[in-house]
Design a protein around this ligand. Structure first.
Ligand code: SF4
Length: 883
């Protein structure tokens, strides 16, 4: 290693795959990150988001100092205020008037500290988390069926399976490294079959031998019918059912009533009859089957039942705990699992213990007031805030004003709370705007602790940078409040290693093999051992000192009698959509993460999909007068958003349904918070909101002009009827449209520019406006507005922001937007890793590259993280079919 070079192994902060990331610093500069080859989740690979992590480390928009009502204050003042307020609220209104709302972004040590303060010392269980929105139904279904919140299998099972059934999962975009592992598995095992069950034809379907685009909400009917079919065709594992399970007869009875025959099932699920038969036969005949499921299952009103209908199938066939055979739920967030382990959800205590074990937790913590009953789950929690019953709310590392359903109602709720504290690393989120007290938290690359991925693997997240300003780790902030409330001993940690040790000791406390979550083998680690801890799958104890790959291979479950429970689930069909309405589905896109606070900092990530959009079926587009590429207003009684319309002529979108991505906030777009359209329907067992189901109306959002603004400075909200903000590698960029006079809009934006620094072209008759601002020979801003011209080419203008002094010829060409005689723009970026655009790819296809491999050889696209390969294949397919 070169002199002045330091290497840190850490973990990606994005999705639940939990990839190892190696960060190299040379002379205090962070080099481009790479995957950790020894990490068992990714073996050196990273997806496009992970590989852009070093581009997201600047301190723009960071929250640097504690503030009270917008005024900078000291940590002491802010922490004393919080501790005093919690104490006062408890004495006046009781502990139930205090609530914390955390996030799957928090490290396990942070989560542990928050949960201990709330559930052990404040005395309420009102500690919930945005993981409620992500995987609460999966956790609830595991507990109902297996007796514990235990993920039975591991990622290796994806490679050992002969049948992969992906349900409600666009793994190609949401869990790309696992998808790449599936792609490799299929290459190595041509007999491996992949079935995708999803109403949308996503990039994941690229790998599918069979895609069942079922009617949304009919999953339970489908899986119940499959259970009945397995029984009828003699495919059950009767010995396993007899020896290791209970409640099978009533479950089969309920499943058998789901539907009468394949024709009826095809009708209900709106799926091809032959495809259904094929899927049933493959499932029946394949012992090594993994069912891989995610938010499409969890984020529903009956998500727990859906997940249990999947687990029923695996129990009925004995396909659990065996190599290549298990139900495998995948979390969206990097540490949703760690949160589950320490009790970050309101309906559990710490270390996978329930409230009937409150006394054990009380004795371990020597706590005065351990909560004895469940607290408020996310939707109910914010309702109680709105009702004025929660007087103190602390939101940690999350932005519920975007992510919660009925997000405008959540915004109103916060205005009813006596004290709202937000600890976050970002200063300007929709939620920080509503806080009375802001606390600067350390971010990824600065903080130090552990996370657990979707296969129960605990990995270290290690810091390699100092925090900016006065930002501090969450565990420190929480423990300082605990100490100021008078609990000095219980919150006296000085390092996350001490918290992890306490967490491990609690997991082992009076366990004796009764609880699945057991880290007794990690108790007593020194600081150095903690620092060096390699990734390990829990449990880690005397029996499994190096961790355990699979649970339940011994037929033992964590129910009272040791038997797994079949759960009889009644398939409720989803309500009809009212005439004139569309069913809105929501989800992630490939290159953005959550509310974009980190990924929007990377210019190359922003280029893949630069605007919020809605996918429409062509017939719906015709019905509602929606034009491909035009703007559309989606609205219902709760709110409205304005996004770009994509008319999906490739069959990816079912008729009557639309898809809208979840990421855009008021920071990045004029009106695109899709959570404002979703009602509060949630699963009665898990409390997880039905974020994938909203009824909306659609109409064209007509504008009289469109254009873009490039600026050296971040201009904040632009003030036009429609705008979307993105960072490029050289400047800030806004797509914008409006109905006001474009010249007046440009004049307002340019109001502060001295006239002698401005180049202007104006054609009032045609509504055409172009303005450039040059200061001291450097380009500062450009505004291009026009009613109809194609203004898509702008990369040359962006590059001019890099010029220390504009060339004379370039000054002349500025208002043309491109140098005279210049070649074509490379088009929308498809391969973010190598910055290969759509137009370049289409040209290569035209010149004979007729496969993704050929494009990779010619242009390198798709040869790094592979995330764009489905799109490359799509472009090849489209171009060839046109030809
Ligand atoms: Fe990060 Fe997930 Fe990508 Fe892995 S797959 S690099 S964890 S975003």
């Amino acid at each position: 290693m070169a002199k002045g070079t330091a290497e840190t192994s850490t973990t990606c902060p994005y999705c639940g795959v939990g990839c190892g990331v190696t960060v190299t610093m040379t002379d205090e500069q962070v080099e481009p990150v790479c995957g950790t080859t020894s990490h068992p989740a990714n073996f050196g690979n990273l997806c496009v988001k992970g590989s852009a992590l070093h581009e997201t480390l600047d301190h723009t928009d960071r929250l640097l100092y504690p503030t009270i009502k917008g005024q900078r204050t000291s940590w002491d003042t802010a922490l004393n205020l919080i501790a005093d307020k919690i104490t006062q609220v408890i004495s006046t209104h009781g502990p139930e008037a205090v609530a914390f709302y955390g996030a799957g972004q928090m490290l396990t040590e942070d989560y542990y500290a928050a949960n201990k303060l709330m559930k052990g010392f404040i005395g309420s269980a009102n500690m919930d988390t945005n993981s409620r929105l992500c995987m609460a139904s999966a956790a609830a279904s595991y507990k109902r069926s297996l007796g514990s919140d235990t993920v039975p299998g591991c990622y290796d099972d994806l490679e050992l399976a002969d049948l992969l059934v992906l349900v409600g999962s666009n793994a190609a975009w949401a869990h790309p490294i696992l998808f790449q592992r599936m792609v490799a598995a299929k290459k190595n095992n041509p007999d491996l079959k992949v079935v995708v069950i999803d109403p949308r034809r996503t990039a994941t379907c690229d790998l599918a031998d069979l895609h069942l685009a079922i009617r949304p909400g009919t999953d339970t009917t489908l899986f119940n019918a499959l259970l009945a079919y397995l029984d009828e065709t003699g495919a059950l594992d009767l010995a396993f059912i007899e020896d290791h399970t209970e409640q099978f007869a009533e479950t089969l009875e309920a499943a058998s009533q789901a539907v009468d025959g394949f024709e009826a099932l095809a009708e209900i699920t709106d799926t091809d009859l032959d495809d259904l038969q094929t899927f049933f036969e493959w499932f029946r005949d394949t012992d090594r089957t993994v069912t891989f499921y995610s938010q499409g299952v969890n984020q529903s009103k009956d998500g727990t039942d859906k997940a249990n209908s999947i687990i029923n199938l695996h129990l009925a066939t004995g396909r659990i705990g065996k190599p290549g055979a298990c139900p495998l739920s995948i979390t969206g967030q990097p540490n949703a699992m760690g949160g589950r382990e320490v009790g970050g959800l309101a309906n559990q205590l710490a270390a996978h213990m329930d409230f009937d074990q409150a006394d054990r937790v009380r004795r371990f913590w020597n706590a005065p007031a351990v909560a004895t009953h469940a607290g408020l789950k996310a939707v109910d929690l914010f309702d109680e805030v709105k009702a004025g019953k929660i007087k103190f709310l602390w939101i940690m590392s999350t932005n519920p004003l975007v992510s919660m359903p009925d997000a405008n109602d959540v915004k109103e709720a916060l205005s009813h709370c006596e004290l709202v504290v937000v600890s976050d690393c970002m200063a300007n989120t929709d939620t920080t705007a509503m806080a009375h007290v802001l606390l600067p938290a350390a971010g990824w690359g600065e903080k130090n602790g552990t996370v657990t991925n979707s296969e129960r693997r605990i990995s270290r997240q290690r810091g390699f940078l100092p925090s900016p300003g006065e930002a501090m780790p969450d565990w420190w902030i929480i423990s300082q409040v605990g100490q100021r409330m008078g609990y000095e001993d219980a919150f006296s940690w000085e390092h996350p290693a001490q918290i992890f040790d306490e967490h491990a000791r609690l997991s082992a406390f009076e366990n004796d093999g009764k609880r699945d979550f057991d880290l007794s083998g990690l108790v007593g680690m020194s600081r150095d051992e903690y620092d060096a801890m390699p990734p390990v799958q829990w449990p880690v104890n005397a029996q499994w000192p190096r961790g355990r790959k699979r649970f339940f291979d011994d037929g033992h479950f964590y129910t009272r009698n040791g038997r797994a429970r079949f759960i009889a689930v009644k398939a409720e069909l989803p309500p009809q959509i009212q005439p004139g309405h569309l069913l809105m589905n929501t989800g992630r896109i490939r290159d953005h993460w959550h509310t974009m606070t980190r990924t929007a900092k990377s210019a190359r990530l922003a280029q893949h999909i630069a605007e919020p959009y809605a996918d429409f079926h062509p017939d719906d587009a015709r019905t509602y007068g929606i034009r491909d590429g035009g703007l559309v207003r989606l609205f219902n009684e709760r709110g409205a958003i304005v996004v770009r319309a994509h008319v999906a002529s490739d069959g990816r979108q079912r008729q009557g349904e639309i898809f809208v991505p979840m990421h855009w906030t008021d920071r990045y777009a004029s009106l695109a918070r899709m959570g404002t359209l979703i009602n509060k329907d949630n699963d009665p067992i898990s409390g997880q909101p039905a974020l994938k189901r909203a009824q909306v109306q659609a109409e064209p959002f007509n504008v009289s002009w469109k254009g873009f603004v490039l600026s050296r400075d971040d201009l904040g909200p632009l003030g036009s009827d429609y705008w979307v903000y993105n960072r490029t590698s050289t400047c800030h960029m806004y797509e914008t449209s409006g109905n006001s006079d474009p010249a007046a809009f440009a004049t307002t934006l340019a109001a502060s520019w001295p006239e002698h620094e401005v180049l202007r072209f104006s054609d009032p008759k045609n509504g055409h406006v172009r303005v450039a601002h040059i200061r001291d020979g450097r380009l500062e801003s450009v505004i291009f507005l026009h009613p109809s011209a194609d203004l898509s080419a702008r990369s040359w203008l962006q590059e001019r922001f890099d010029d220390e002094q504009l060339e004379f010829a370039d000054r002349l060409a500025l208002l043309a937007g491109r140098p005279l005689g210049a070649g074509a723009d490379k088009g929308k970026i498809i391969c973010s890793c190598f910055q290969v655009g759509e137009k370049t790819i289409l040209e290569a296809i035209h010149n004979g590259c007729e496969s993704a491999d050929a494009l990779g050889a010619a242009l390198k696209c798709g040869t790094n993280c592979g995330s764009c390969i489905p799109e490359l294949k799509g472009l090849v397919g489209k171009a060839l079919s046109k030809a």
